[in-house]
Design a protein around this ligand. Structure first.
Ligand code: F0G
Length: 452
């Protein structure tokens, strides 16, 4: 089937601004590039009302939790005063009740690491099991308002799972480009379940992005990768939700994983906007943690002072963040600079250990999320995070996203022998026991296991 190509400007275009040259322009759709210099765009926040109105928002947002309207039940649209005004009529919003995710206190981790507090904001508790749902509700709502028939993304698995779900909810078709053999099965299964046209390409994530970028010139697909500024608007709401859960107090440090670098950019954008409105008295240091084998931002930050990013092939078992050419690196550098954050890498052993330690708190997460705890421990050890300070980890994906990793870990196969001595992991591994089907065998196992 040959698809008709539309070059017409988007109706009801919202104003966007280029992050590099500052040019203000109408929503260009497509690849969301600046018409003048080709760099990334972002939506301009709505004009702030009076200080008194802003001060009334926290009570308004809280009160919406008792409402039965779809836009109030969503943890993103509940904060809609922070989103750019764009027409939602006539069909309303596309929502799966995203957001409103738990914030966990982890006192045992805090004690072990010697800091005042460790919290985890668990974005894996979203409807499709990752933070992507916060941005996807806004991007797919926009796609629907524009009359798009197809939405599309390149993905390491979570964006595609989320896009497929929201597209299905809206009655849109969805096109998924994923690197063959390089994403966790749980994520692939989701996009199949939600009815996406799922294409496994013989390349890596960065290769999938290149193909999508070319495809968007030829076919009328609406791209919902995180270069789409509506995605970032939804994801920035995480800052408001955390502040609300913390009674509008900020932690000293937030650690967030870095892959394509949109989530860290969104968190920073949200926090800075809330501070400008007077709703966040303090701005936490936002630090970005990457896997050692996929850490181009760490090189950029250390070797180029944030001025240049050298793409490179990426390799890590934390497949969600196996990205060598992150699209939003300039936005992420801006967040590191404006919040005074650090940028660091952790190795496969550190990721596996951190993931198991989070699992032992009874909450679990996917490997890419565990880089935050691995990074926090390093920064505590080096003294950059101090004993009296509080630390928040952004856990980005649900533990069941990558069950293969967990089974491999407990069988002693992950991380592989090339990652070095496994001694630190010994007490964290609990492989299943294969036993005869007798009470005696189970009782003996219980006795040798001792007390918890
Ligand atoms: N954690 C998880 C679980 C992810 O899926 C991703 C990105 C990240 C962290 C990094 O976020 O890219 O905004 O820096 N996953 C994308 C995807 C790339 O296609 O699902 P980022």
């Amino acid at each position: 089937m040959k698809l008709p190509v539309s070059t017409a400007p988007a109706p009801d275009a919202a104003s966007m601004q280029c992050i590099a040259c500052g040019r203000v322009q109408a929503d260009p759709g497509g690849w969301y590039q600046c018409a003048a210099c080709g760099d990334l765009l972002e939506l301009i926040p709505p004009q702030a009302p009076s200080a008194a109105t802003v001060q009334s928002w926290p009570a308004l947002w809280r009160s919406r939790r008792d409402s039965r309207l779809a836009e109030d039940l969503s943890g993103v649209w509940r904060f809609r005063e922070l989103l750019p005004h764009f027409p939602l009529a006539p069909r309303g919003i596309v929502t799966l009740r995203e957001g409103n995710t738990p914030l966990y206190d982890l006192p045992r981790l805090a004690r072990a690491a010697g800091v005042a507090a460790v919290w985890a904001k668990h974005q894996g508790m979203n409807p499709t099991g990752s933070f992507k749902d916060l941005g996807m509700t806004v991007a797919v709502t926009r796609a629907q308002a524009l009359g798009a028939q197809w939405v599309a993304c390149a993905s390491t698995g979570n964006t595609s799972a989320s896009m497929a779900a929201y597209a299905a909810q809206a009655g849109l078709r969805s096109l998924v480009l994923i690197p063959a053999g390089k994403i966790a099965w749980g994520k692939l299964a989701q996009s199949l379940d939600y009815g996406a046209l799922t294409c496994q390409l013989d390349t890596d994530f960065d290769g999938c992005v290149r193909i999508l970028r070319e495809l968007v010139r030829r076919a009328p697909v609406y791209v919902v990768n995180s270069i789409n500024p509506y995605r970032v608007e939804g994801q920035k709401i995480m800052a408001a939700e955390i502040l609300e859960q913390m009674a509008w107090q900020s932690p000293d440090h937030i650690l967030i994983p870095g892959g394509n670098l949109a989530n860290s950019s969104a968190l920073g954008k949200g926090w800075l906007e809330l501070a400008a409105l007077g709703l966040a008295a303090k701005i936490p240091r936002i630090s970005i943690v990457q896997a050692e084998g996929a850490s181009p931002l760490v090189d950029c930050w250390r070797d180029w002072k944030g001025e240049k990013l050298q793409p490179r092939p990426a390799r890590t078992l934390a497949t969600a963040i196996q990205i060598g050419n992150p699209a939003s690196w300039k936005k992420a550098v801006r967040v590191l600079r404006s919040t005074g954050g650090e940028c660091l890498a952790v190795n496969e052993m550190e990721i596996a250990q951190a993931k198991a330690e989070i699992g032992r708190q009874g909450i679990g997460c996917e490997p890419a999320s565990a880089v935050t705890w691995a990074g926090a421990k390093k920064l505590i050890h080096s003294g950059w995070i101090q004993p009296g300070q509080s630390v928040m980890l952004i856990l980005t994906g649900h533990t069941l996203k990558d069950a293969e990793y967990i089974l491999g870990f407990h069988r002693g196969e992950i991380p592989g022998p090339e990652s070095g001595s496994q001694a630190a992991l010994a007490g964290l591994r609990h492989p299943p026991r294969q036993l005869p089907a007798t009470v005696e065998a189970v009782a003996a196992a219980l006795e040798t296991a001792g007390r918890p």
